[in-house]
Design a protein around this ligand. Structure first.
Ligand code: XMP
Length: 507
């Protein structure tokens, strides 16, 4: 397949997704992976990604020049282009103000990368430094606001672009990547999810043999698909542990037992630990402190339970590709706005081997595998649910009564979204319970009860989001149902904040 050397750009996963969409296998690996290692992947092509680094810094992220002697086509994107110039004898200038956003690319010289691309087109730029002299053997093939926006050495099959072909704002970006992958690298279409399932089932059988596996099932998409896939391979050698934190959606435990226990005949050990989670949350109202308390309890409960399965040799997890890239990325840890770790994590003294059958897949691929394995579409396309659950949706101090109130209200909102075919139109929808009481009137009586906030966001990557423009009549119906049916709530508000500056969750 195609290897993407990761120099830390936020767009790297997009490059990989585009290529996978072509049906070609691709992997993102750290830029400092030794050449000997890279050779083992037997790449058909190598992409040098963008990144925050500058070729000038003391800590510049460089690669061995040997990379260009492997006889494998190379495409440098953004920082990758500067790196190619720097290593092969061109000249890079430190940027003065940089260039961000849309720009117009003019093709100066046609080549295999630009096949089928208009002479002028929109591209997306995000860079500071720029190339001011092409290395020997290279032709300047495109310009934008800068003189050298693209370089090509057709003979050596080395190409470079200063813009980002992987983002959708680059008009012919996808076409360029397609040209690179098929025309230049001659890669084959060999990435088919059906094959993935067959191969993975065989691999799990070989690796596990007659040993036993445990898996923490959360009811979320990743752990559920992992569970069903492993179950397909080894049947009853798999036991799932489902921890009821008391902070899950209404009847979640019951539904998991029905969907995965009854329907798929999987062994599921259900652990009701809600008392423990709620007790330890007493007196805590700060969001990060709540996350820590919930995370700590989860690890402890899971550890205790898994130790009961002392004949297990493997711990299976629903780790997916973005998790893998995140943990290996060359970027430093960015500022913690919220500690987004999924509750769980590995107890340090665990003697189990890890089994992670989804670690090569993106979320949309995991969903397709799930559907292929026969998991109902509704479960596979569920909105994400945060690890700490309703613990961070009951604002401030959490107690059992507030959780119950929130569960009821949330269920109404979600049911109505499904009933009005709106569930799939929004990315994440839920109700938040405020610790604020206000006055209302019901019948002839004065009420003094809590306020619920209905929240729905639309987003592609959950990094930025807008509030969903749900129809007024729909919101009115949801509000009426919640106030009339949920004892403890007498007022409903709709959240019209975007992210940034707000976030999707309230805590
Ligand atoms: P925010 O609130 O930061 O959320 O806009 C972005 C996405 O992350 C989810 N989220 C979490 N997921 N543990 C998780 O596993 C957490 O502590 C957590 N906090 C937020 C949130 O639901 C949204 O999908």
């Amino acid at each position: 397949g195609i290897i993407i050397l990761d120099f830390g750009s936020q767009y790297n996963q997009l490059i990989a997704r585009r290529i996978r969409e072509f049906g070609v296998y691709t992997e993102i690996i750290p830029y400092n992976t030794p050449i000997s290692e890279i050779k083992k992947h037997d790449p058909k092509g190598i992409i040098l990604s963008g990144g925050p680094s500058s070729v000038f810094g003391d800590d510049a992220a460089l690669v061995d020049k040997e990379l260009f002697e492997m006889g494998v086509p190379v495409l440098g994107i953004c920082y990758g282009m500067q790196l190619i110039s720097h290593l092969l004898g061109g000249e890079v200038k430190k940027g003065v103000k940089g260039e961000y956003g849309k720009s117009e690319l003019t093709v100066l010289k046609q080549n295999s990368l630009f096949n089928g691309i208009a002479e002028k087109s929109t591209v997306w730029m995000s860079h500071f430094d720029e190339v001011i002299k092409a290395p020997e053997g290279f032709v300047v093939s495109g310009k934008s606001n800068i003189d050298i926006a693209a370089l090509a050495n057709e003979e050596q099959k080395v190409y470079a672009v200063q813009f980002h072909p992987e983002v959708t704002h680059s008009e012919f970006g996808s076409k360029m990547l397609e040209n690179f992958v098929f025309n230049i690298c001659k890669a084959e279409k060999n990435w088919v999810l059906k094959d993935f399932i067959e191969t993975e089932i065989q691999r799990i059988k070989n690796v596990v043999g007659d040993k036993k596996v445990i898996l923490g099932l959360s009811g979320g998409v990743d752990s559920s698909v992992a569970a069903v896939l492993i179950h397909r391979a080894i049947g009853d050698q798999l036991t799932c542990i489902f921890v009821d934190t008391g902070l899950l959606r209404k009847d979640e435990g019951k539904k998991v037992m029905e969907n995965y226990g009854k329907h798929f005949h999987m062994n599921i050990k259900m652990v009701d630990a809600s008392e423990r989670f709620l007790t330890n949350l007493k007196g805590i109202d700060e969001p990060e402190a709540k996350r820590k308390s919930i995370g700590r309890d989860f690890v402890a409960v899971f550890d205790e339970e898994s130790k009961k399965f002392d004949d297990a040799s493997f711990l299976a997890q629903g780790t997916i590709y973005p998790d893998v890239i995140e943990s290996q990325s060359v970027k430093g840890p960015s500022a913690t706005i919220k500690s987004h770790h999924n509750v769980g994590g590995l107890p340090e003294d665990m003697k189990l081997q890890l089994l992670e059958p989804l670690r090569e897949l993106f979320k949309d691929e995991v969903r397709k595998v799930g559907v292929e394995l026969g998991i109902p579409r509704e479960l596979v396309y569920r909105h994400p649910f945060p690890g700490p659950g309703l613990g961070i949706r009951v604002l401030g101090e959490v107690d059992a009564e507030k959780v119950r109130i929130l569960q009821e209200a949330d269920q109404i909102f979600i049911d109505e979204l499904y009933a009005h075919n709106l569930y799939d139109e929004v990315s994440q929808a839920f109700v938040v319970l405020l610790p604020v009481k206000s006055v209302g009137v019901m019948g002839d009586e004065r009420t003094y009860e809590y306020t619920a906030v209905v929240r729905s966001a639309n987003t592609i990557d959950f990094m930025t989001a807008t509030w969903s423009k749900l129809p007024y009549e729909f919101l009115e119906l949801v509000s009426n149902r919640i106030i009339n049916e949920v004892k403890g709530i007498n007022r409903v508000a709709y959240d019209i904040s975007s992210k940034p500056p707000a976030t999707i969750e309230w805590e």
